[in-house]
Design a protein around this ligand. Sequence first.
Ligand code: ZN
Ligand code: ZN
Length: 394
Amino acid sequence: MLKEKIRQLAENIYGDVVSHRRFLHAHPELSFQEYTTSAFVKSCLDDLGISWHPLADTGVVGLIKGDLPSDVVIALRADMDALPITEKNEVEYKSQNEGVMHACGHDVHTSSLLGTARILQTLKAEFGGTIKLIFQPAEEKLPGGASLMIKEGVLENPRPVAVLGQHVMPLIDAGKIGIRSGKYMASTDEIYVTVKGKGGHGAQPHQNIDPVLITAHIIVALQQIVSRVADPRLPTVLSFGKVIANGATNIIPNEVYLEGTFRTLDEEWRYEAHQHMKKMAEGIAEAMGGTCEFEIANGYPFLVNEEKLTASVRLYAEDYLGKENVEDLDIWMAAEDFAYYSQAADACFYRLGIRNEEKNIISSVHTPTFDIDESALICSTGLMAYLAVKRLGN
Ligand SMILES: [Zn+2]
Ligand SMILES: [Zn+2]
């Protein structure tokens, strides 16, 4: 039975997957600079006899074709980039690249997809259909490697009927996964605002135009878009984390600068909200005698797990891992560039458990102490291989 063979192979290759993961972890590279990682992926695919071609500079696309007759194609995606963080874990596979760390688990995703590829390549006489392996750069940096890969045709020739991706989650125990059908992660836009007034002595407000007070009004008023304009059934977040008014106790500055983030789960509302925010901020500044430059840098779109595909992924996952090892996820207001695949094709993005409280492996992603319980690498490789062959109709 295919399931048992996959399970056995996942255990057999575990040691190699761990060493691949440790190599990648020790040699992290920032977004769009994944040259060593990309070369490593290519040489692993060569070793496995899997054909590949480069895409979007450091990206790699591999193809595995099952021997049984079938035209169905499915894509499996892993991201490869690391973050500008200095690792604090004292482990033998600690980052050797000062100031750069795989703190989001993309080393896990890449080594897992290589493991999945090995399982599928080994079993290719026993299934039909084509598996497209997507190793993409730069998930962590705009415009996102996914958008470039899609622009350069990763979803064409052949076009997959579905795209699957997995991502580590420190809230879930190793050996389990989490899944959610429908809207799952938020769109994320960056907001940059400059409010201009006329600075002067703090004792003579009547002779100045105070940009600090204007900014205070703008920050408060913009929250009304979240609470009064947004549909309350639709999650919307607006946060300003940077406000610079560089005056002094008795100095009113000329201008105030602020930065924030806007997140939601609906593309139409997203762009409508941009217009509301801009209009409100500019109107308040003008009414108070100042001006406001309101810039929005668009980030990733929201991520949606297609319902039919996700329902089948859940069933296969329950079949492979046991029902008790498949958890429900809540909406997560962080962003992820896998969203681009989900906007362009049927897609499902699930979470790989990597937590182990007994071993004190509990740190969040994007922290200097992030690490995983490597036993998760048995689940990550075998499950994805199983999902792929099942979705291909085997
Ligand atoms: Zn990340
Ligand atoms: Zn990530």
